[in-house]
Design a protein around this ligand. Sequence first.
Ligand code: EMZ
Length: 387
Amino acid sequence: MSKIKVSEFPDAFAEIRQSQGTSTIDDQNDPVTMLLRHKDVRKTAHNYKTFQSAAQPGRIVVPSEVNIRDTRQIPFELDPPLHGEYRALLDQWFKRPLLEDYQEKLKDIITGLIKEVASKESFEVISDFALPLQSKALTLLLNIPLEISETWIAWGTHVFRSEDDALDGSKAQILYDYIDHEIDKAIQNPGEDLYSVLLASEAQGRKLTKEEVKGVMILTFAGGRDTVINAVTNTLAYLADHPQAIQMLKQNPEVAGRAVEELIRYFAPLTHMGRQVTEDTVVCEHTAKANSRVSLCWASANRDETVFEKPNEVILDRQINPHVSFGFSHHNCLGATHARQIMKILLQELAQHITEISVIQYEENIENWGNFKRKVGFDSLEVKFIK
Ligand code: EMZ
């Protein structure tokens, strides 16, 4: 039997995507019909009137977070036109990763971490590298001192999930209390940080409320956490299996941009995202009733063989790549610019500093969605960098 490579992420949805295109799974007695085809996913994401995001806070997330969250995440859980108003005021801030100064600081963080782990006999990628990287990089997005990342690192990979509880209310409370406290601090002592900027911003002809600022901040902390950590960890696994890719990126650093898109297509760090149906409708021959839920399965759409040639292969310089890993249409990922810069600098700096990654041991992180089992990353990955 041939050994599955550490960086192999099988397509969990192929068969049902081709034969049916949808699959209904249970989620805490609030079933979700997953849409598996690229075309249906994009069409549904675009149709915000019939498939809305502004449901009860937490309901469009799968697994649903209605029992652990009352605060609406903004702009994620709003629909146009209101969504557009909040999105517009956030967009400028979330595009700061395009600035040279931002990228220089990000590069310092990433090279610092690479050097630190490269000097070890071996290291565990998530706890020693991906989690600190995500947390340190987040201080740039919030425009606050680097040291604050130590607090977030201590929270672990997911803010709502703990080892044996996929929806851990008491863990979530730590984040909510922390954000409340930071908002109060910014009110008393405004600075140049995201909290202060949001508190001074206006939408709907008035200042943002504390609850709205909290909603943006929860999204900023939760949405880009396990997703970024998985993307970074899975990238190291990929490079471990493909040392020639490290060589190629060293010689052609300009390929890094395309390589990021392709790795993100292949790994799809977020499996799917839900929508609440507003009226009885039909999608991909499935009758979706008003008030039911569907989900847009980014992971399945990214492997749709009617759209991608050789969908199960990583082709680092893939030319046509309409992947949906950052979502699609109005709600495309607010943090995507930041995430893309992290990934691009990571690839370029790894290529500069190391020649090979050898895997010592690993444990896969397999998600269970009804009958589907999908590898989304690792619970642990121990490697060694070879300079
Ligand atoms: C939500 C979601 C956003 C959710 C783009 O995804 O990410 C999940 O990890 C969180 O649990 O609350 O922020």
